[in-house]
Design a protein around this ligand. Sequence first.
Ligand code: SF4
Length: 342
Amino acid sequence: MPHPIVFTHPEPPPATTRIWPVFLPFAGCPYRCLYCAQDKQTGRDHVDLGNILRDLETDLEQALAAGRGPYEIAFYGGTFTALPEPWPETFLSMAARFRERGLITRVRCSTRPDCVDPDGLAGLRAQGLDMVELGVQSFDDAALRTSGRGYTGETARAACAMVKEAGLALGIQLLPGLPGDRDGVFADDVRRTAGLAPETVRLYPCLVIRDTPLAALWEQGEYAPWTLSRTRAELAGALLALWAKNVRVIRLGLPPEGTLAEHILDGPWHPALGQSVRGLALAQVIWEKIQLLGKGPSSLDVPRRYQGELLGHADELAEEYAILGFGKGMVRYVDGDEFVLE
Ligand code: SF4
């Protein structure tokens, strides 16, 4: 009689800190990228850094008084390392004051690969920055060139190395499906990303958003985004490749924030993309285990915390599981961490 196959989910353990996001839309950006719609994502098309600083300080004081936290503060939505002086230092010194008081435990920012240098990173590290998320988008020269990002794959790779050499944790953001994309580019980007061993990765499939230069290209028929089904399959493969290298993937697709959803003209948008892709990745893991079993499955125990993603979004994978041989009542949700396939 074949032995049951016992396995755990391949995802690395999640971070335990809670993020306090601070959005600085387009602040410090040398120009506006072809596809970028920080204004639609945040509901603001410009920032007054002084107002943001004041509001943030008030909100942090209130959180401290209410006994909330601790938090990791994250400066997103712009190019933090290229903010005009003295803003990076001003934001970091305020974070440091709240770190001394126990509310903040870590500070991260997002920036572009062509806006970092060793001295600048060392300075920010000394002022209390812990992590840099680089908007790499792709390591492919042609995709970067066609998308007008203004740097090469080598610049992106060197920036990742610089972040680590400065003693900072590294996050990488990829943007699959850019203009200039070709079959295999994203899989190659994922392989390179995994090889750089970042702490985290975010994957934002390219969308066509109203009032962006990309929308004009799309209207002229010069750009076509990925389909949703391709996106699901490519992202599920990326998840498995990154998880295999112990890299946490902390975002799949743009969050439905601000007025974003109403401005999406085309592209692989789905409000539950993460659940859908995670379900598909898990189905691939289970499919591989069934091959090892050497017979049709008779039961599957699934840790209860994966109940919401086993069948994907709105049970979209029910048919696939039926094809794999799972009839009604064969899946049990159990306590603990182990899947047991018999
Ligand atoms: S993609 Fe990044 S660098 Fe480009 S405009 Fe948007 S926030 Fe700025």
